[in-house]
Ligand binder design. Structure first.
Ligand SMILES: Cc1cc2nc3c(=O)[nH]c(=O)nc-3n(C[C@H](O)[C@H](O)[C@H](O)COP(=O)(O)OP(=O)(O)OC[C@H]3O[C@@H](n4cnc5c(N)ncnc54)[C@H](O)[C@@H]3O)c2cc1C
Ligand code: FES
Length: 510
């Protein structure tokens, strides 16, 4: 046992109840396993100490009612059942029986997992669809398929994906994967056994080209059709392709899919210099990963400061400084005019040398199917609070969905991993008739070198920015406000504050 472990209380021997206030947690151990003891009101719960997403330290998270939130990417677990109630993880944490004897709380034996729910006992009395088709094998699609099975739906379930890989960790493409720190096999969100065991018909390499609302069917480019009673559209977004004079396909890369990432990794292996066009989150994450690999990196962007539109001038300046300190050279307020061999010419006439170029300017929602089928589309597929489109029985989730966000009071569409997964989960429940509103607070994170930014809420426009802490020291919370109301909070090195802001927004107190 290490000296750290020796300091942790052994919960088997009992823990004084009065030492744990309502909403507080203690980290200890039981039979060699790290365990969190948490208090909610007068009840005590003992659960595993590590998040099942990327091993976040749950004792540094937040207890909200009977839930425990992970500090890293805000996964939400039930303290009572251990279930992963909200993405980004789908897997439960272990739990133990807790017994209170006088002034002490004792952690007893480990309990069995909660198991699959019974649909007949839980669905809202509505007829369960005879078949479900999900178009899209990304964040929203997989989360929906997983939730349908978890909730006990055992009818035919087909997930059709244009991608040639089973659902994978897309955010990692620009981070650890690009840096060579995550091997291919880590990237899959679920191993092949999962689809077999859950009886999910995963149809890869197949693009749906027609959605026939009358016949309730979708048709693949190859002609095969699939009938459905309930449908989820989760087709995500596609990079905006730029026509650049002289650019040839082999030299210009986009980053959306695993195949895109593999192509960049292969190029980077023998390259010396890269030019990134666009100072978006993805563009900058690619810049950071390529610098870490030792390539010289130039970033060309129309913006005055990177990320200024999303995070404001001060944070933009800080991020720029961080990248410059790592050797990235910015060319702001301009774009690429032409590419001739290794020479990239900018609109100012300046030239850069590059072995390859990554275009990360913007993405647009993949709404063609929905448009052709006559669903309401307005810069995204329009859905109601239950994530149902203008056609009954057809739901949409993820990057394509524009939903009524109760917090901002606006209809918004975002491109965040956790939002896509959570929407997939809520859409799945509504396919089963639960009528659950999607009211989660939008959340995203971004990683640049060793700096992680967490962002909760949604602010497209704001009239004041308040910085609590020290932006230069990279330890702060930045609040974006309009009319005195906080719309969003970005944090750096303050994960707990991010969780607190999320919880306050949920309860309407912020
Ligand atoms: C490199 C990169 C890094 C990112 N990093 C972060 C991050 O750090 N944090 C964050 O919050 N977000 C991040 N994002 C954004 C996040 O990945 C997206 O918001 C999320 O993937 C959206 O999920 P989705 O299910 O809507 O779409 P996707 O995950 O894109 O899945 C869409 C699926 O639909 C399929 N499809 C599309 N059209 C059809 C069709 N006609 N027929 C069949 N299948 C079709 C596609 O093949 C794909 O399988 C990142 C994105 C990228 C590309
Ligand atoms: S590590 Fe817990 S949510 Fe990612």
């Amino acid at each position: 046992m290490t000296s750290e472990e020796e300091k942790k209380p052994n919960f088997v021997a009992g823990f004084l109840a009065r030492d744990l206030a309502d909403g507080a947690m203690a980290l200890g151990h039981v039979d060699g396993e790290d365990v969190v003891l948490a208090r909610s009101g007068d009840e005590f719960f003992a659960v595993g100490a590590n998040c099942t997403h990327y091993h976040g330290t749950l004792s540094q998270g937040l207890v909200v009612g009977e839930t425990l939130r992970c500090p890293l990417h805000h996964a939400c677990f039930s303290l009572r059942t251990g279930e992963a109630l909200r993405a980004p993880t789908f897997d439960p944490i272990p739990r133990w029986r807790v017994e209170r004897v006088e002034d002490k709380v004792f952690v007893r034996e480990k309990l069995a997992g909660a198991g699959r729910k019974s649909l007949t006992a839980s669905a809202a009395g509505q007829r369960v669809p005879s078949s479900v088709v999900i178009v899209g094998g990304g964040a929203a699609g997989l989360a929906a398929a997983d939730m349908l099975r978890r909730e006990g739906y055992d009818g035919p379930l087909t997930m059709i994906s244009a991608d040639d890989w089973p659902p994978y960790d897309r955010p990692n493409l620009s981070k650890d994967y690009l840096e060579g720190k995550a091997p291919d096999e880590w990237m899959q969100l679920r191993l092949p056994d999962f689809y077999r065991e859950q009886n999910i018909d995963l149809v890869l390499n197949s693009r749906v080209s027609v959605l026939d609302i009358q016949r309730k069917s979708v048709q693949l480019e190859g002609g095969q059709t699939y009938g459905y009673e309930a449908l989820l559209l989760a087709t995500g977004a596609e990079p905006v392709r730029l026509q650049i004079e002289g650019a040839n396909d082999a030299q210009v890369h986009y980053l959306r899919t695993f195949a895109d990432a593999r192509a960049i990794v292969a190029k980077a292996a023998s390259a010396m210099r890269a030019v990134i066009v666009g100072a978006s989150f993805i563009g900058l994450e690619v810049a950071a990963s390529l610098r870490t690999l030792g390539l010289a990196v130039d970033v060309v962007a129309r913006d005055k400061q990177p990320l200024e539109r999303v995070m404001g001038k001060d944070v933009g300046l800080m991020i720029r400084g961080l990248h410059e300190a790592h050797g990235v050279v910015f060319h702001l307020g301009e774009t690429v005019r032409k590419i001739e061999g290794p020479t990239v010419t900018l609109t100012s006439g300046a030239t850069l040398e590059a072995d390859f170029v990554v275009l990360g300017v913007a993405v647009r929602p993949a709404v063609t199917l929905a448009e052709q089928a006559g669903l309401a589309v307005d810069r995204g597929v329009v859905v109601n609070e239950y994530l149902e489109t203008s056609v009954l029985g057809v739901f949409a989730a993820g990057d394509i969905a524009r939903w009524p966000d109760p917090h901002s009071g606006e209809k918004i569409r975002v491109e965040h991993w956790v939002v896509a997964e959570r929407q997939g989960q809520v859409a799945a429940k509504n396919i089963l008739g639960y009528r659950e509103r999607f009211d989660a607070i939008p959340f995203f994170w971004s990683q640049h070198y060793d700096l992680a930014i967490n962002y909760v809420g949604h602010a497209e426009r704001w009239d004041s920015v308040e910085i609590d802490g020290d932006l230069k020291a990279r330890n702060c919370a930045v609040s974006y406000k309009r009319g005195g109301r906080t719309l969003a909070v970005a944090t750096i090195s303050r994960d707990l504050r991010s969780l607190e802001a999320e919880s306050l927004m949920e309860s309407g107190k912020l």
